[in-house]
Design a binder for this molecule. Structure first.
Ligand code: HEM
Length: 459
């Protein structure tokens, strides 16, 4: 990847009217929506569809407009850009992980065994997934309206097909299927408002998340080319997970001698209680008021928990964002941050049920950042699928690790630590794609490809 230079120190104002809403703004609550994946078999028809789609793509500054009842975000796989006949020089200038695609990176991501791409749902990992649409609304009527607008962009274009459709929606109290409050923490992006959450962590340079601005090293992306295409664009790692809620409950039941202990174990695995209250601030029992306090529940560090006695080193949130816990290491944690937009799907498993009902339920995550190799890929391969960085050998993330009944989870404790064995896979990968999410001007540039002789990929 050839992204370098242009040192700047001033805080840039983000062009929020050109950046897609999905990048900068949290999803609303309540939310419901649909992911749609399209295949393009004719470039001219693909561009015609794009021209019709652009007026419905929400920019970040309009996210909060009360009249915006539903909106869509749009992103392209490498296969999709090829199908639109992007000039070769431009295609070549994209980062390697995007060009290869997520399935080809399975060994790096530890997507092996049950999580291997051979087990993914169609069209993930195939050459048929070209354009991903994320459509959000606050109610069913608005969702149907936006879906109809999206349908009309290609209903008369025979060479455009819908190859995947997936509805999603918020579960009661904004919980995920395992029962944890989610969507709580995201990085603060310098120059963007409103703040993603009320925590006190320092803002991260915008260039880590959106191209066209300086990143943590003071560098501004120089690829992909041309500049019109990359300005205000970013990359999205889309991951669809199935959550085996019954297996999670059974495991807790087997390892604990009371329901209180089950709750504590669940919190130790995640690093937060189901209410959202972080373990470092509420180590012994849940604090629902803290969980509900958007500022308080993100205002924590690991400075007072160097031994992991409150929040285990291996807990999900401590692994995926160690905050100040790796301070003495050479790792620059801030270069491994990304924006998370998670959505849940499927019905909740009724309280107390310990047997799987066969329903598909889980989450689809959009992990957004300008440097995916340093961001999603690094976190997934080094911090989720390995334990070396916390001196835990090959121990994986207890919640989302790719365990096959042989997983281990270490809980620091005085006088002796507790080590759980036999962790199964609670979370299975159903599919994933790397996508490019352009700014709105870049979308128009893509839609106009082939029409303008001046439009060459030269810078
Ligand atoms: C089914 C899969 C997953 C589940 C059930 C899950 C669950 C959770 C929960 C409950 C939280 C705490 C609440 C919040 O901040 O939203 C959280 C935080 C987080 N998760 Fe996940 N997660 C999943 C997948 C992933 C993946 C694949 C990544 C990246 C590789 C990831 C990265 C993060 C990050 C960065 C945080 C914020 C940590 C912090 O507080 O600083 N998660 N996750």
């Amino acid at each position: 990847m050839a992204d370098t230079t242009t040192l700047t120190t001033h805080v840039p104002t983000l062009e929020v009217s050109d950046i897609q809403a999905t990048v900068l703004r949290p999803r609303p609550s309540p939310y419901l929506g649909q992911y749609v994946i399209l295949r393009i078999d004719d470039a001219a028809q693909g561009r015609e569809m794009l021209r019709r789609m652009i007026p419905h793509v929400a920019p970040a500054d309009e996210w909060w407009v009360p009249s915006l009842a539903g909106w869509l975000g749009i992103a392209f796989t490498f296969e999709g850009l090829k199908a639109l006949e992007l000039p070769q020089a431009s295609l070549d200038s994209f980062p390697i992980e995007f060009k290869q695609g997520m399935a080809a990176r399975a060994a790096i991501l530890h997507d092996v065994g049950g999580n291997a791409p051979a087990n993914w749902e169609y069209p993930f990992g195939t050459t048929d997934a070209h354009i991903a649409l994320a459509i959000y609304a606050q109610n069913e009527q608005d969702l149907q309206r936006v879906l109809e607008l999206a349908r009309r962009t290609h209903h008369d274009l025979a060479q455009i097909s819908v190859v995947y459709r997936m509805p999603f929606g918020e579960l009661p109290e904004g919980r995920n299927p395992f029962g944890f409050k989610d969507g709580l923490h995201n990085p603060q992006i310098e120059g963007s408002a409103p703040a993603a959450h009320g925590g006190s962590d320092a803002p991260i340079k915008a260039g880590e998340f959106v191209m066209g601005y300086p990143d943590q090293l003071g560098e501004t992306a120089q690829a992909p080319i041309p500049a019109e295409l990359r300005q205000n664009g970013t990359f999205v790692a889309l991951r669809k997970f199935h959550m085996d809620v019954a297996a999670f409950r059974r495991y807790l039941r087997e390892q604990a001698s009371s329901s209180e202990e089950e709750e504590l174990l669940a919190a130790k695995m995640v690093g937060r209680w189901r209410s959202g209250a972080p373990l470092v601030l509420a180590p012994d029992r849940d604090d629902p008021a803290l969980g509900a306090d958007a500022k308080g529940n993100n205002d924590f560090s690991y400075a007072d928990d160097r031994k992991g006695l409150k929040c285990p080193f291996s807990a999900h949130v401590r692994r995926v964002n160690p905050r100040d816990a790796l301070k003495d290491d050479i790792v620059d944690v801030d270069s491994h941050r990304f924006i998370r937009r998670g959505t849940n799907y499927g019905p909740p498993l009724p309280e107390g049920v310990l047997e799987d009902d066969g329903a598909e339920r889980g989450g689809v995550f959009l992990l957004i950042g300008a440097h995916q190799r340093q961001q999603f890929e690094f976190v997934q391969s080094q911090w989720v699928a390995d334990g070396n960085f916390i001196s835990h050998g090959t121990e994986q993330d207890p919640l989302i690790g790719n365990n096959e009944g042989d997983g281990v989870f270490t809980i620091p404790k005085v006088p002796v630590r507790r080590r759980l064995h036999g962790l199964p896979r609670f979370v299975a990968v159903r599919g994933g794609e790397y996508c490019f999410m352009p700014g709105l001007r870049a979308l128009r540039w893509l839609a106009g490809l082939g029409e303008d002789a001046e439009q060459t990929a030269s810078h």
